[in-house]
Ligand binder design. Sequence first.
Ligand SMILES: [Ca+2]
Ligand SMILES: [Ca+2]
Length: 448
Amino acid sequence: MMRLLAVLILVYGQTEARAAERFQDCDFCPQMVVVRADSYQMGTPLGAYEVDAASGEGPPIRITIGRAFALSRAEVTVAQFQRFTAATGHRRNERCAPASPPSAGHPVSCVNFADALAYSQWLASETGQSYRLPSESEWEFAARAGTPWPRPWGANNSFEGVSISLTCDHANVYDIAAQAIYPRSWPYARCDDGFAAIAPVASFPANDYGLHDMVGNVREWTADCFTASYWGRPPDERAWTWGGGCEQRVVRGGGWLSRPTDARPARRHGVPATARNPDLGFRVARELSDAESPAPKATLRRITLFTADVEAAKAFWSQGFGYRVSAEDPNFGNAGQLQRLGLPPDARLHFVMLAPANPAEPLIGLLGTRGGEFQAPPRVNDRPWAGQALVVLKVADLELTLAKLADLGVPLPNEVEPLDGPTGIRGYGTTVITPDGTSVIVQQLNDP
Ligand SMILES: [Ca+2]
Ligand SMILES: [Ca+2]
């Protein structure tokens, strides 16, 4: 039987897909969608097919959105912007003709950065709420809606052609009809999205966060100054700005005139803040009070188990829970790690990363040794179950999973416990102790 030596590293993220929470502060205010706090990888790996070196979208950076915020469900419309210009006398002096005769439900276009900022500030003063432009880290987080791949609708199939051909079902882009009327030198999506130019907002399905047209229709101003690199940017929700030398602001999402590779959540452009274009608009963000912020739901993302028998642990997790080995290194670890673990310099670590069958489940790292025994490493704060290693597994069939565990010799409780509490989890759960000493709560979700 395996022996648990120590356990460390519990990383809590937050919720996945859930019903969008919406509000509207006044009858002429944009409808807002609450976006929960979480962390994500911003940008695109260098060498990926989609990446354009000039756009500075790689190498990726880990961003923690520390606070929930609200983002307008759609781009700011002509009607919403007209309310502002009527109230304030705000003028746009430069000539820029919208692509279609502007109707109330179209997104406002031909607005420069100052116009967009002025609208958000006016809305803040009208409502007493903290309206502003979104930062680009907030914007990409909301546009990705929990997806790590190039386009939110592309599932995990990042093959450029497949993903682009699906674009016309999800976004107003530079398609066959647009190319026929507005011929440009750059590539177009070989599909028909139904709009040769600008489309009324929310003509296309919302993403998983309840937001429309994050990709496509009009490109959108963000609050950030543009630099062609993420090097040094805040690793959180803050906009990266500075006084002086911020002539270019970051524009996101691509629009009805953008080539396919530009119509992606990670793509970024620097655009002169004074530019007004018929495919350039914006949406607004608003800060939430503590009372308005949804409580983050904790979900275990990764756990590392220190085990005396790596092979037995691999077998247990693969046979019991459908995990597969995604990486393995029998000669893992550097001098510093060995020292921290109390191992002699000639010892080696055996590292295995196990990937779950269900991507919502935690990754499990296994660490074993050759040539020495671990000292227990210092425990991190593994709230809310301090003092024990806990893995929560959500399974499709609880009875089948428990039967498998019984076959593997795991002692089981006689009855499963119904879950009924403030966790937001519906279904049943029960705790089992695995051979490596880890407490596992096995849950069946009735409504996954
Ligand atoms: Ca189009
Ligand atoms: Ca857009």
